[in-house]
Design a protein around this ligand. Structure first.
Ligand code: 1CP
Length: 345
């Protein structure tokens, strides 16, 4: 039977090992595509692109049309959630995101907007999901997403991206109880946000914990594992058939605890994870990953060799082919064609 319920992605996320894995790429819509750059220039700003449903829909569809990938991911950003909670958000060219005022202590928590008022800001995102549920090809499922509480907190506290998440780590050591309140608020907000995306038509969701690797093990359990478990459990109660993919980037050996204790259907592996280890240690979940995105800049012969090696290393286990992190703006779209040929044969 045709349809997204029987799509390759959803079959693998339900635990099936396929001869040829489904393929999609983190950040598959973005600046490496000329058609994206053109639309972004017309939209004016990145935020206008995210909050204009016709444009966000179109940008989501661009890589599907051009390459025939096996899944689409909603075009949005993990920082729309703090924006909806009342922080001002801007993306200035070449400088990255800015959030203000910073939420750096427990007093600042009181200045955030209540969770049930997020919809005012996020309604266009849900409209984008509804449109995509209608416009995507029947066999291409839509993945909704959110940032995980720890990673989103690291931006809210610093007001911008940081190499070491220093400000959030300092707060959590100075005032663990206050910091935990931020994590709990974000856990609740993320459940509401992902639930609304599923209601609007997302068929799987992904939780991006891009900075999971900066926490010591006991804090990793409290701020990465615990929230992930609560989010997955809350969604499973209402939508047991909707798989959740977790991406605790940089988790190292903690990937094992993450895979076994969060209830995720799949874990996304970063580039550094050895696949023979993952195959043995992460049984019971589907594995997504983990090509170094830099070979999409440099091309063959390494690109095809490494892609085929990943397919072979995960043969016989449920595997979704992807990158170990997002595709970069200097990637060559022709290399994506080479990648698809290497994976699909
Ligand atoms: O056009 C532009 O210049 C904006 C570049 C851009 C894009 C295309 C940003 C700014 N965000 C996005 C889209 C985006 N972000 C998606 C869309 C779907 C897709 O095609 O994959 C997704 C899933 C994200 C997720 C995201 N945003 C993460 C988690 C994944 C990761 O890459 O680690 C993070 C950390 C962000 C924050 C963010 N947004 C944008 C930038 C440049 C950053 C990183 C900022 C920093 O830490 O310095």
């Amino acid at each position: 039977v045709a349809g997204a319920g029987n799509s390759k992605l959803l079959r693998v996320l339900r635990g099936e090992a396929l001869e040829v894995p489904p393929v999609w790429m983190m950040r598959q819509a973005g600046r490496y595509l000329p058609e994206y750059r053109e639309l972004r220039a017309r939209a004016g700003s990145f935020l206008d692109l995210c909050y204009t449903p016709e444009l966000a829909e179109e940008v989501t569809l661009q890589p599907i049309r051009r390459f025939g990938l096996d899944a689409a991911i909603l075009f949005a950003d993990i920082l729309l959630l703090p924006h909806a909670l009342g922080q001002e958000l801007s993306f200035s060219e070449g400088e990255g995101p800015r959030l203000a005022p910073v939420v750096a202590d427990r007093q600042a928590l009181g200045r955030l907007r209540p969770i049930d008022e997020m919809r005012e800001t996020l309604a266009p995102v849900y409209e984008t999901v509804r449109r995509l549920a209608r416009s995507l090809p029947a066999d291409v499922p839509l993945i909704g997403f959110a940032g995980a509480p720890w990673t989103v907190a690291s931006y809210m506290v610093a007001g911008q991206g940081t190499a070491d998440q220093g400000p959030a780590r300092c707060w959590m050591y100075r005032d663990a109880e206050g910091f935990e309140r931020l994590i709990e608020l974000l856990t609740e907000a993320t459940i509401v946000y992902l639930a609304a995306q599923i209601e609007a038509g997302a068929q799987a969701v992904m939780l991006f914990d891009s900075w999971a690797g900066s926490l010591p093990p006991e804090r990793f359990v409290r701020y990465v594992i615990e929230p992930a478990r609560r989010i997955t459990a809350a969604l499973a109660r209402a939508w047991p058939q909707v798989p959740v993919i977790g991406f605790p980037r940089g988790a190292g050996v903690m990937y094992e605890v993450f895979a076994h204790e969060t209830g995720m259907a799949a874990v996304a592996l970063d580039t550094a994870v050895p696949l023979d280890w993952a195959r043995r240690a992460l049984r019971g979940v589907a594995l997504q990953g983990n090509l170094d995105p830099m070979v999409l800049v440099t091309g063959d012969p390494e690109l095809s060799r490494m892609a085929r090696r990943i397919v072979e290393a995960l043969r016989g286990v449920p595997h979704v082919f992807n990158l170990g992190h997002g595709i970069t703006p200097d990637a060559d779209p022709r290399n994506v064609e080479l990648l698809l040929r290497a994976v699909r044969g």
